[in-house]
Design a protein around this ligand. Structure first.
Ligand SMILES: C[S@@+](CC[C@H](N)C(=O)[O-])C[C@H]1O[C@@H](n2cnc3c(N)ncnc32)[C@H](O)[C@@H]1O
Length: 298
């Protein structure tokens, strides 16, 4: 179970979820006509050791990401959110924003993968060992960021604006914020504080994009607690890392605070992109509970 102030590296606890989503992106990007491709995801996964590499090489048929129900649905989910948030950054920078903050950046390689207008500064916030693994792995692979990338090692449950400002963040400049794959790892009150902080640091013309998951139904939680095989055990472990408490709806929160907010369910987004929706398949996991939100402060 999670505790206040618990910590991790890329192989443990919440840190390992960054590797899990990177592995999903690496597998999903190989599909013909994939909605989005993140070539650096495979670099991280292979650097993480033989077991992760075996997953990419198709040698772990029992791994959750290899399962036809959950694995396919989760991979599709990762492609959708990668495309949605890549497009979000293109739109925000096309509108003139030159300051970017990626909260819980994990193995997000957008600083290295996307092209950014000259003068853009991109801050990545996560636990120190996660950011270190990313920098060292990509540097050993010969990759350099395409932007002024600044690492800000923090705990997002604490007072992170202080280190963010120390690294050069300017609250008077419009910012494009991203929280992808983060909210479920924060208790509901920490999510509220996060939104309040984003709001207080956002000049007019700022943007924010968020991935939100509605709480899992009580029956799903009870079923997860009774794990009987490896697959169920993986899910129970994942469940022990998340906070499933009822929480503020992201789009409503930002709309109530004067932002113009748009929310789309992941399934609807996939349909809009002409892609199959797999969240209704048996064993598909929680993808049907996900929404993607963008808000702009006029
Ligand atoms: C599922 S990963 C998502 C990473 C990345 N945003 C992506 O989508 O690929 C969750 C990330 O949240 C980070 N994280 C969760 N809680 C955090 C906290 N309290 N402080 C800093 N980072 C946190 C973890 O270290 C991990 O990198």
């Amino acid at each position: 179970m999670r505790t206040d102030g618990d910590s991790w590296d890329i192989n443990t606890s919440v840190g390992s979820t960054a590797m899990f989503v990177a592995a999903a992106r690496a597998l999903a990007g190989r599909r013909p006509g994939a909605l989005a491709v993140d070539p650096l995801a495979e670099v991280f996964v292979r650097a993480a050791g033989a077991e992760w590499a075996a997953l990419l090489d198709g040698e772990l048929p029992d791994h959750p990401l290899s399962q036809p129900g959950f694995g396919q649905s989760f991979q599709q989910h990762q492609l959708a959110r990668t495309k949605y948030f890549d497009d979000y950054f293109h739109a925000a920078t096309a509108a003139g924003v030159r300051q970017v903050v990626i909260l819980a950046a994990g193995l997000d390689a957008r600083a290295y993968r996307l092209s950014w207008p000259g003068g853009t500064i991109l801050f990545e916030l996560d636990r120190p060992q996660v950011l270190e693994f990313k920098r060292e792995t990509l540097s050993a692979h010969g990759d350099q960021p395409h932007v002024d990338r600044r690492e800000v090692p923090v705990d997002l449950r604490e007072n992170w604006p202080v280190p963010l400002r120390k690294h050069g963040f300017d609250p008077a400049a419009p910012t494009a914020w991203l929280a992808e794959g983060l909210l479920i790892y924060l208790p509901a009150d920490a999510q509220d504080r996060l939104f309040e902080t984003i709001d207080s640091l956002s000049a007019r013309g700022s943007w924010v994009a968020v991935e939100q998951m509605d709480p899992l139904p009580v029956e799903a939680v009870a079923a997860m607690a009774e794990h009987s095989d490896d697959n169920d055990r993986d899910r129970a472990e994942w469940f022990s890392l998340i906070y499933n408490d009822p929480r503020t709806d992201t789009a409503e929160w930002f709309a109530d605070h004067g932002w113009t907010a748009d929310r789309i369910g992941l399934d609807d987004y996939l349909r809009e992109q002409g892609r199959p929706v797999s969240s209704a398949a048996p064993d598909a996991g929680p993808s049907g509970l996900i929404s993607l939100v963008t808000a702009v402060r006029p």
